[in-house]
Design a protein around this ligand. Structure first.
Ligand code: SAH
Length: 236
């Protein structure tokens, strides 16, 4: 899969998207990530990407033309099954199911805003507008990294053992959290690893994990319970 990120700070994403599972997948050729400097798509000597807002008000607004030129240039290099997505505090909430669906695409073109955001006419040139949560960031770069991390992780071949994706939080049809995990030592400052996990009895371990996962979901994310559940009383 291929990701193209259009930003005024391409260097800001370099480190994060070169390490760990993502870095390895890039080296192995499973993923391609291209960071594009938005200023390359300006047509004035000062490479200006922002201007004052119509109607007045504080702050600057990003101009629409560099983004549209960028999208059109990048699309020429992408497969037919590519989506253009704007990272925006005003978008619909990005979720695991989007990551799962997008992982089947040829590619994603991700647009990062700054300042007060992008001229609204950009919505005519994109396929989707997503937010990573109900808070305002200073720019779309951190959000683009979130989308790349989540989507790349769902691309076969990226996470070594695909199994580990299937037992993750939000993955299954019930959308619950994953089970709590432990590793050695068996006792740390008097805190013991649950006995069942050390028993070697796989059926018992499976049942224990299922129960603990639901307990943790109820404690930390009660809002997830009853969502997307097939064959239960989710509809009352
Ligand atoms: N004036 C806007 C905020 C702009 S923040 C408003 O009132 O909603 C500047 C840029 O940061 C945005 O263009 C967007 O690309 C990015 N951004 C901020 N918060 C975000 C969020 N929750 N999710 C995704 N991108 C976000």
């Amino acid at each position: 899969m291929r990701f193209d990120i259009l930003t005024i700070f391409p260097e800001s994403l370099d480190g994060l998207l070169s390490v760990g599972v993502i870095g390895q997948a890039r080296d192995a050729g499973h993923l391609r990530i291209h960071l594009h400097d938005l200023r390359e798509f300006t047509d004035d000597p000062h490479r200006i990407v922002d201007d004052r807002p119509y109607g007045g008000g504080a702050g600057m607004v990003m101009k629409v033309e560099p983004f549209v030129r960028g999208i059109e240039a990048i699309r020429g290099d992408c497969g037919p099954n590519t989506r253009t997505v704007l990272l925006s505090s005003q978008g619909r909430l990005f979720q695991q199911r989007d990551a799962k669906q997008w992982a089947a695409l040829d590619g994603l073109i991700l647009l990062c805003g700054r300042y007060e955001g992008i001229d609204e006419r950009i919505v005519e040139f994109i396929d989707d507008e997503v937010s990573i949560g109900d808070y305002v960031l200073t720019g779309g770069e951190a959000a683009a990294a979130v989308v790349v991390e989540a989507t790349a992780r769902m691309t076969p071949g990226v996470v070594g053992k695909y199994d580990s994706v299937e037992s993750d939080s939000f993955y299954g049809k019930d959308g619950r959290l994953g089970a709590p995990q432990y590793t050695r030592p068996p006792v740390f400052r008097g805190l013991e690893v649950p006995e069942t996990l050390q028993s070697g009895d796989h059926a018992k371990i499976e049942a224990y994990r299922e129960a603990e996962a639901w307990k943790k979901t109820a404690r930390n994310r009660p809002d997830l319970i009853g969502l997307n559940v097939e064959g239960t009383d989710a509809d009352g």
